[in-house]
Design a protein around this ligand. Sequence first.
Ligand code: SF4
Length: 479
Amino acid sequence: MVTRSPADRGRADKGTAFPYHGGMKVLLISPYELGRQPHSLAHPAALLRARGHEVVLVDLTLATLPRGGLDGFGLIGIALGMHTATRIAMGLLPELRRRARGARIVCYGVYGPPNRALLRGLGVDVVLGPEFENGLLAVAAGGEPDGGLAKVTFVVPDRAGLPPLARYAHLGLPDGSRKTVGFVEASRGCKYLCRHCPLVPVYEGRFRAIPRDVVVADAEQQIAQGATHLSFGDPDFLNGPTHALRVLAVIHDRWPHVTFDATIKISHILTHQDLLPRLREYGCLFITSAAESFDDTVLGHLDKGHAGEDIGRAVALVRGAGMALAPTFVPFTPWTTLDDYVGLLARVRDLGLINSVAPIQLAIRLLIPEDSYLLRIPGFREQLQPFTDAILGYPWANPDARVDVLQARAQAWVEQAGSECSRWETFAGLWRLAHEAAGRKVPALAAGCAGPEGPQLSEPWYCCAEPTTAQLAQCAVGA
Ligand code: SF4
């Protein structure tokens, strides 16, 4: 479907260096965005449409490429904000290149620059990073991007032409009710330098706030579409706490029935614990936090800025303020032992987090992409195998081969369990696999140790998990 939104042009930025050219037919594709309506398409769509370009948006998780073929498109942009999205795009690109010979293909997002050579080899003409908008506008205007981290002038995303929010991941509540979820961003980048984080090589400790009126207007249009819950996609919502709270104050004042969730690092939960009641007051239901590991050695390698024991403190603080904490993990690393993994599962159980952790979080294997700050650990690169396109990273083997076997089994089990099994059932399967791999008797899981039922987003997968077979299959080019 061709989607233009002249009414929204007036809201778009008038002040960038790229004048109105008009006329180009642009196709923007999102391979995967965590079950969210893609902001990575809607924001550039607003900018492009404001300059008179005709923009078609395709979210490959819910739609196929235009049935009428790809002739006539002068520019095809593919959003690569996540590992999973990039793996899916790799399968798509050869056929896309073959069928859209006249188009310039641009890949953009966090996973663009580290995979530049690979993408160019697959026929991509231009590779841009996560601050891609000015470069994309330059290409649409017939020019070339000037590179660098040029400041983007944010506008209200134009979501016209994307599937309705009701088709995206919803939020399930413990009472069985569902909320339609909107997705907003109040900032980009991050001021921290966690070594495993794909943002770090690009932003190098910088972040920028998105203007409050832009964030609120984007929330407003999604609330008008039926959203009763907003998921903030900021890498860390409290990088700029004053900005975040001002945004929340406006949204809560205008739509007090709308709840939200946000991602906040463990150390921020501790240092900003005085803000937690305010977050709850403004409608926060749960906080996602990258706990990664309970092991201080691993946390030190990742330079996470928190210790294993801080995770339990954060859980208690967040619960004490009336919210839930949903930790994410990187349980399988080159430093993980079988005992570590059994210990991680035991800590999840003991903290009553079984119902709070998405099962895929207990199967993720550390990714080491090109440019990763992990490669700066003295002697670490020498322990890795050469970079391989197949996984978009440096393969590694755990010194104990049984750990790698366990990881593969854990991921297969989580994929098999999918949404058919409860989190408790999936955890019980991992619990058995872990103990058997460690040659231990499998202890019974006591009734009631799963912890409180909390709000859960229905998307079962994760941005840095290996894509599933079904996800890879979605790269088929429409006839
Ligand atoms: S705090 Fe989160 S977003 Fe920021 S660098 Fe660390 S992992 Fe990345």
